[in-house]
Design a protein around this ligand. Structure first.
Ligand SMILES: [Mg+2]
Length: 275
């Protein structure tokens, strides 16, 4: 009953693009009692009752890149999205509006537009990715607060992205946090099978060689966290009101939610041992 009420609040808040850091309804005193720093961290920890890993015990941190390690409001994805449409329009000699329909159809059917283009048209991934990621990253500011938060966090850190490593390193350099990451597990390493396909998470764990029971994953798309949770990882959902990151009905696999990654990591870093 309690969890049902909570999920309803989440869905409604998310649908309205509400700031989840806003005060919770006073009609839900149980929720208020669970709150940690005014967000829903404690509540979601309670929702996933089998979770026992504390942030301070995490040995490996796995971060999504886009809209996770920089705020969604800089809308870098709008540039990528536009270039995907332009690539398809040129390739097939069609209008940009026709291209947009194909782009979205493949995204929803295959997890990424690239996957649909590869399976249905044999598109060469390098050509597509280098074109669509040729975006202006100067719209992103450096983030010294996030840099300090990562610095204070023990354990190894990886990026796990459906984009290319080249794009990821460009963004990490621009934001000023590249030095913190041991490696980027990108769509090439994943052999073009995107998140949230469960098998890719097993490949990630083998490739980066970590114990999922002592690892955490942070992503702005909630459904990407489900396979991580299934493998015993602590999960942190970055809720940024992005309408392209739809909230599923059942988010029991989410342990923590935050709209402020640097702030959350700063708190998590207290008590951890630097590697
Ligand atoms: Mg993302």
């Amino acid at each position: 009953m309690f969890h049902g009420q909570l999920k309803k609040v989440f869905r409604e808040s998310h649908a309205k693009g509400a700031n989840l850091l806003a005060p919770v309804p006073t009609a839900m005193p149980m929720v208020t009692n669970c709150l940690d720093r005014g967000d829903y961290i404690g509540v979601l920890s309670e929702m996933r009752q089998h979770q026992c890993l504390r942030a301070g015990d995490v040995e490996t941190w796995v971060f999504d890149l886009d809209n996770t390690l920089y705020p969604a409001r800089y809308d870098l994805f709008a540039q990528i999205d536009q270039r995907m449409g332009r690539f398809i329009a040129r390739k097939f000699g069609i209008s940009t509006s026709e291209a947009k329909i194909i782009q979205k159809k493949y995204f929803h059917a295959h997890g990424t537009t690239l996957r649909g283009l590869m399976l249905n048209h044999g598109i060469e991934p390098n050509a597509f990715l280098s074109y669509v990621h040729d975006v202006d990253v100067s719209v992103l500011p450096t983030d010294p607060r996030l840099h300090r938060a990562l610095e204070g966090l023990g354990g190894r850190k990886f990026v796990f992205t459906n984009a290319s490593a080249a794009h990821a390193w460009r963004v990490l350099e621009r934001v000023g946090i590249a030095s913190h990451f041991a490696d980027v597990f990108d769509i090439f390493t994943a052999e073009f099978v995107p998140k949230p396909t469960p098998g890719v998470y097993d490949r990630l764990i083998r490739h980066c060689d970590f114990d999922p029971a002592k690892a955490a994953m942070i992503d702005d798309i909630a459904r990407n966290l489900r396979p991580a949770a299934d493998r015993g990882m602590l999960t942190v959902w970055v809720s940024n009101g992005d309408p392209t990151a739809p909230l599923e009905n059942d988010i029991d696999y989410v342990d923590h939610v935050t709209g402020d990654v640097a702030g959350w990591l700063s708190d998590a870093g207290v008590g951890t041992h630097r590697s």
